[in-house]
Design a protein. Structure first.
Length: 248
């Protein structure tokens, strides 16, 4: 009888230890998945013109758009999975279409999907990757990109799922050309964008320049995860990017 009690006690101890280990691994996997939700923008370094957060400045000192919307793009050809901006791309290009003054985004709305979410600030982490929201209900604006409506590509990211539940951008991949995106801004205005295209890319081949690179109009990029969920890492293998242009 004593032997049976000892054996049962050992089994319970092992089970408890296994449960604890699973819990720790589960938290770690969730944290890893969140850190991999979006592709990495070009790594930023100190910008001598002190325009960090405004999309950088033309190195020639003119008012033309910068070669990249992220200040001080690193010379590492593999940084951010997308390489560097084209060298010498400093020619003046007349901005096209409507533009708005700088104003921080507060809410992003997808009218066709009946989805709306508050917008928080996202910056770069120490490893050069963009931060992501820590929940499934917020979207985040990358603060080193223009504000929505300014010249250049504003970047907003959110989760597709969070804790195994649909999140803000759960249906993002279903958007189509012409669909509207509305971004409410601190100044009380609403920037309305029309979708031009939707792309899905392996995270190892994220199109950094296409997403973050300079453009001659006010643009918006919505980013989330997509593709198969890797059971080992707890992370989706792809990124979904919606490209849109300001229309009003």
């Amino acid at each position: 009888m004593s032997s049976d009690r000892t054996s049962r006690s050992r089994r319970l101890t092992v089970s408890a230890a296994a449960a604890m280990a699973f819990g720790v691994l589960g938290v770690a996997a969730t944290g890893y998945a969140l850190s991999q939700q979006v592709g990495a923008p070009p790594k930023a370094v100190t910008d001598a013109s002190d325009h960090s957060g405004h999309g950088g400045a033309d190195p020639t000192g003119s008012t033309s758009p910068s070669p990249s919307t992220t200040p001080g793009v690193t010379a590492d050809p593999h940084a951010g999975h997308g390489g560097t901006a084209p060298a010498g791309d400093t020619a003046y290009r007349t901005p096209k279409g409507p533009l708005l003054a700088r104003s921080r985004p507060t809410t992003v709305t997808l009218p066709g999907q009946g989805k709306s979410a508050p917008v928080i600030d996202l910056s770069l982490k120490k490893d050069g990757r963009m931060e992501v929201p820590d929940n499934g209900t917020d979207a985040g604006w990358f603060t080193s990109s223009p504000t929505p409506g300014e010249l250049g590509p504003a970047v907003i990211a959110a989760h597709v799922t969070h804790r195994s539940k649909p999140a803000v951008f759960f249906e993002l991949s279903g958007m189509a050309r012409g669909d509207r995106i509305e971004v409410t801004r601190e100044d009380g205005s609403t920037a309305t964008f029309a979708v031009t295209s939707v792309g899905q890319y392996p995270k190892a081949d994220f199109p950094t320049e296409k997403v973050y690179g300079s453009v001659d109009h006010a643009a918006l990029r919505l980013i989330t995860c997509g593709g198969v969920l890797d059971g080992e890492t707890g992370s989706h293998v792809d990124n979904v990017v919606v490209y849109a242009d300001l229309v009003a």
